[in-house]
Design a binder for this molecule. Structure first.
Ligand code: GDP
Length: 328
C-alpha cells in the first residue's frame, strides 16, 4: 500500500480510498495494523491534520427513530452545503451477525448524496475493537474533510462511554413516554447528553411528546450545570424526523454550543483529553495483545502450570511475568 498516495486520495475526498482505509483500520491482522498506524500518522500530520469536523454522537434505543432522524437531519445539512459522514457503532451486531445498517432501505436518500458518506458497523470478526475502529474511522473521515461526522450508537451500555471519548457533542434521541418510563432513564446517560431531542413530536404523539420534553427539561435542570457550557445547556427539545419540525432549531443549538466551547477553549481541551485517553487505551490494548503472543504466551502457560502445581504462589508468578514483560 502506498501510504502517501492513499493519504492524498483521502484528503482529496476520494470515497473509495476512504472506505478502503476504514476497512484497513477494522482489520485485526498485524500487517494491516502497521499500515493503519502509518496511514493515520500521515493524515494526522500537517497539512492533513488541520481539519476539524463536528463530531456528533447520537444515541437512542432501537425504534426511537435514529435512522429516520439521520436521514432527515443529514439531508438538511447536505442541502446547506455541508459534507456529512455517518458511522454506525453497534456492539450488539456481533451477536446478530449482521449490521444495523444491513437493511438497504436505511437512509436511502442520504446514501445517494455525493456529499454524504455512510459506513455501516462491521461484524465483530473484522474488528480490532469497537472503540478503536470508531475513533480511527472518525479520524479518517475528518481528514477527508467532512464537516459533520455523525456517530450513531444503539443505547446499550458501553457504547455511550465510547462516544463520549470520541465526540464533541452528544445528542440523545428519545421517544414520547409516560412519566414512569422517564424514571427508568439512567442518570449517567442524562448527564452525558448535551441535547435531548424528543422525536416523534407530530400527529397523535404531539401532546405526549410535549409533556415528555417538559419532563426531561425538568430532569436536566436538576443536574449540575456544567461550567464549560452556556446557560440553558443541557437542553431538551421536541423534533420530528418525519415532518422535519425542530431539526433546524436543533442544529442551531448544536452550533451555538460548539461555537461557545470553541471560543472558551473547552473544545480543544476536550480533544486533547480524548487524544491522551486513546493513547493510554492503545498502550493497554497493546500490552494485552502481547500476552497472547510468543514469547509471553509460552511463559504465561508455564507459570500458570507452576501455580497450578503449587510450586509458586499466584502473586510471585505474576510478579515474575510482569518483570519478564518489562524486559521484553
Ligand atoms: P431506529 O431503530 O432508532 O433507527 O428507528 P427508525 O428510524 O427505524 O424508526 C422506527 C419507527 O419510528 C419507524 O416506523 C419510523 O417511521 C418511526 N419514526 C421515526 N421518526 C419518526 C417521527 O418523527 N415521527 C413519527 N410519527 N414516527 C417516526
Amino acid at each position: 500500500m502506498d501510504i502517501g498516495g492513499t493519504a492524498a486520495a483521502i484528503r482529496n475526498g476520494d470515497r473509495r480510498a476512504l472506505a478502503r482505509a476504514i476497512t484497513l483500520v477494522e482489520s485485526a491482522r498485524a500487517d494491516h495494523r502497521a499500515l493503519a498506524v502509518a496511514l493515520l500518522a500521515a493524515l494526522g500530520r500537517a497539512p492533513f491534520g488541520d481539519r476539524q469536523a463536528l463530531r456528533l454522537g447520537l444515541s437512542g434505543t432501537p425504534g426511537v427513530g435514529k435512522s429516520t432522524f439521520i436521514e432527515a437531519f443529514g439531508m438538511m445539512l447536505v442541502d446547506a452545503g455541508l459534507r456529512v459522514a455517518v458511522l454506525a457503532v453497534d456492539p450488539s451486531s456481533a451477536r446478530s451477525g449482521g449490521s444495523i445498517l444491513g437493511d438497504k432501505t436505511r437512509m436511502e436518500r442520504l446514501s445517494r448524496q455525493p456529499q454524504a458518506f455512510i459506513r455501516p458497523s462491521p461484524s465483530q470478526a473484522q474488528m480490532g475493537g469497537v472503540a478503536r475502529r470508531t475513533r480511527e474511522a472518525v479520524a479518517l473521515c475528518e481528514a477527508a474533510g467532512f464537516d459533520v461526522i455523525l456517530i450513531e450508537t444503539v443505547g446499550v451500555g458501553q457504547s455511550e462511554t465510547m462516544v463520549a471519548e470520541t465526540c464533541d457533542l452528544f445528542v440523545l434521541l428519545m421517544a414520547p413516554a409516560g412519566g414512569d418510563e422517564l424514571q427508568g432513564v439512567k442518570r449517567g446517560i442524562m448527564e452525558m447528553a448535551d441535547l435531548i431531542l424528543v422525536n416523534k413530536s407530530d400527529g397523535d404523539l404531539l401532546a405526549a411528546a410535549t409533556r415528555t420534553c417538559a419532563d426531561y427539561a425538568g430532569a436536566l435542570n436538576l443536574l449540575r450545570h456544567r461550567p464549560q457550557d452556556p446557560p440553558g445547556f443541557p437542553k431538551a427539545m421536541p423534533v420530528s424526523a418525519v415532518t422535519g419540525a425542530g431539526l433546524a432549531q436543533a442544529w442551531a443549538e448544536m452550533q451555538a454550543l460548539a461555537d461557545w466551547r470553541r471560543a472558551q477553549g473547552h473544545w480543544a481541551a476536550r480533544r486533547a483529553e480524548q487524544a491522551a485517553h486513546w493513547f493510554g487505551q492503545e498502550v493497554r490494548q497493546g500490552l494485552l495483545a502481547a500476552l497472547d503472543r510468543e514469547p509471553a504466551r509460552g511463559l504465561m502457560g508455564r507459570l500458570a502450570a507452576e501455580v497450578g502445581q503449587g510450586a509458586k504462589t499466584p502473586e510471585a508468578a505474576a510478579a515474575e511475568m510482569l518483570a519478564a514483560l518489562g524486559r521484553g
